[in-house]
Design a protein around this ligand. Structure first.
Ligand code: JHZ
Ligand code: SAH
Ligand code: ZN
Length: 406
């Protein structure tokens, strides 16, 4: 097995077995059979990049029916409004600036840019969510970003001041084509800004459900700096973010164009001190994950045997790994409530748990709710205070299995 970045040797460290496409919710009339792949992760002995060992064809994940909506969380809507304001104030200050977002989804970030009257383009292969962005006044190019697409955008719109991507770059195995495309598209002093789940947080919290088909790479400063340098870029800034269970925002500029800020050296030193990308650290992570799986299954089986009423909250992509790796089906979690229209009335991939509308949660409240959208815990618990007041208990499994009741 070869590293997708540098062709170095991959050392496998965790295996989640046979898994479905995480956002492929099964509709009642779907002909089947479902697509499965082998979900396992390794670390490159040469460049330290942590990555999946098997790649799912991109068209199986990102297509017209892709269900995830960035606007589904109030905290994320605020986060992306803040990102847009910041780009406008710091990077988009020249005459007639131009920003390109990769994976703009339903336009949650670019909407603010469009409202400011700034030239922009969202690149989005999933047609359904892209049309939602267009309906909000965002200019969208349907298709996958890659080197060829970059040349097309440059010809039509000229060079970009910023290429921005949230929760998208880590989804793209063909990074060589992406970084060549970014190099084509960016003006000489331009920057690539991207934010993705941080390996340091995944290891610290044992948040193994960040590992699923769409998340191909698990970035950290060490591996991103090496990746950037292969393409003539330098890592010039990093910023830790609290969203989605812990992310880092990386800023890449062309080598020599900007002096790296002090946060870069600090994070690199922290990663080295923690031995973050060493196989022993990653194998220890894998053992904690297996122990957490066993205690989650034991808890849910115990609750079923005592006749407690349980449901799931948030039919996340992440939950595909939890449910399929732990073998949790409708006997343990009879249904999951979720606000996403395209998930409701369907079954979770592989585990076949029915997804219902949010109203099903309180009708009546279950005794226990498995919080599969744990990254939105604060937002969800704040709006669902009545659940605990009614005697309900949340089940969380990050950083280990624990209960939050009245
Ligand atoms: P959420 C997706 O992951 C896929 P998921 C992707 N690979 C990625 O990286 C991240 O997004 C960015 C629902 N919900 O954000 C909505 C409620 O029902 O954790 C969503 O279906 N009630 C691109 O799917 C799900 O939960 C609520 O109050 O793991 C949350 O999904 C809230 C706040 C959410 O991402
Ligand atoms: N940026 C949003 C959406 C993340 S979902 C957020 O953070 O909430 C990931 C998005 O990346 C999906 O909408 C998917 O269609 C898109 N995507 C996948 N591969 C891509 C590629 N090669 N170029 C551009 N977008 C891509
Ligand atoms: Zn490598």
């Amino acid at each position: 097995m070869e590293c997708r970045i540098c062709s170095g040797r991959l050392r496998p460290f965790a295996d989640f077995g046979r898994q479905p496409v995480s956002d492929a919710f099964v509709a009642p009339g779907d002909p089947g059979p479902e697509f499965f792949f082998h979900l396992a992760v390794g670390v490159c002995a040469d460049c330290s990049m942590v990555q999946l060992l098997e790649e799912v064809p991109r068209e199986k994940m990102f297509h017209d029916g892709y269900p995830y909506l960035s606007s589904g969380s109030a905290v994320m809507r605020e986060h992306f409004a803040g990102v847009a304001e910041r780009l406008l104030a710091t990077e988009l200050t020249g005459p007639d600036p131009f920003v390109v977002e990769l994976g703009c989804n339903d336009g949650t970030m670019l909407k603010t840019i469009a409202e400011a009257g700034v030239r922009h383009l969202g690149v989005e292969p999933s047609g359904g969510v892209g049309r939602r962005a267009a309906a909000r006044g965002v200019r969208v190019r349907e298709g996958f970003f890659e080197a060829a697409a970059a040349a097309g955008i440059l010809a039509e719109d000229g060079p970009a001041d910023v290429v921005y991507a949230a929760n998208t770059l880590c989804h793209i195995p063909y990074m060589d084509s992406i970084l060549r495309g970014v190099d084509t598209l960016l003006r000489p002093g331009g920057v690539l800004v991207f934010e993705d789940p941080y390996l340091g947080d995944i290891v610290a919290r044992a948040s193994f459900d960040q590992i699923y088909d769409e998340h191909f790479y698990f970035f950290c400063a060490t591996s991103v700096r090496a990746m950037a340098r292969r393409h003539g870029f330098e890592l010039v800034d990093v910023e830790r973010l609290p969203v989605h269970g812990g992310e880092v925002r990386y800023t890449l500029a062309r080598q020599g164009a900007r002096t790296p800020g002090p946060a870069v050296a600090r994070l690199l030193a922290e990663e080295e001190a923690a031995r973050l990308t060493e196989p022993a650290t990653l194998r220890a992570f894998a053992s904690r994950v297996a122990a957490n799986r066993d205690s989650l299954v034991a808890l849910l089986e115990g609750l079923r045997d005592e006749g407690a009423r349980v449901c799931g909250y948030g039919a996340t992509a992440k939950s595909a790994t939890v449910l399929n790796y732990c073998g949790i089906g409708p006997d343990l979690v009879p249904f999951i409530c979720d606000t996403t229209p395209a998930k409701q009335g369907r079954l979770t991939p592989g585990s076949h748990i029915p997804v219902r509308e949010p109203g099903a949660f309180a009708d009546p409240y279950p005794d226990y709710a498995l919080l599969l959208a744990w990254n939105h815990a604060e937002e969800i618990m704040a709006k669902e205070t009545a659940f605990r007041e009614a005697g309900g208990t949340w089940i969380l499994y990050v950083p280990e299995v624990h209960l939050m009741g009245a």
